[in-house]
Design a protein. Sequence first.
Length: 95
Amino acid sequence: MVKLQESILVPAKPEAAFDYLAQFDRVEVWDPGIEEARPLFEGAPEQGSEFEMTSVFAGQRSVLRYSIQVFDRPAELVLEGRGDRVHVVDTIRFE
């Protein structure tokens, strides 16, 4: 298992950063490994909302389905992604 931990300082209030990242189909804007992303729901994201994305790693395309596991605005957002060869849990905390 690979574990990656990063801290990023952004000039935004936690509520604004949370709202932006909770709309996870925007991931293709800031993650160069994501080629395409789309929501699988209508309206505002909430716990249980799902997204589908196409990632490219080492020249291989993979479709991932992400779901919001924890939606604790504005403190914590947890997304779980699954694909044919990968299982990812992204935990994002806001201070």
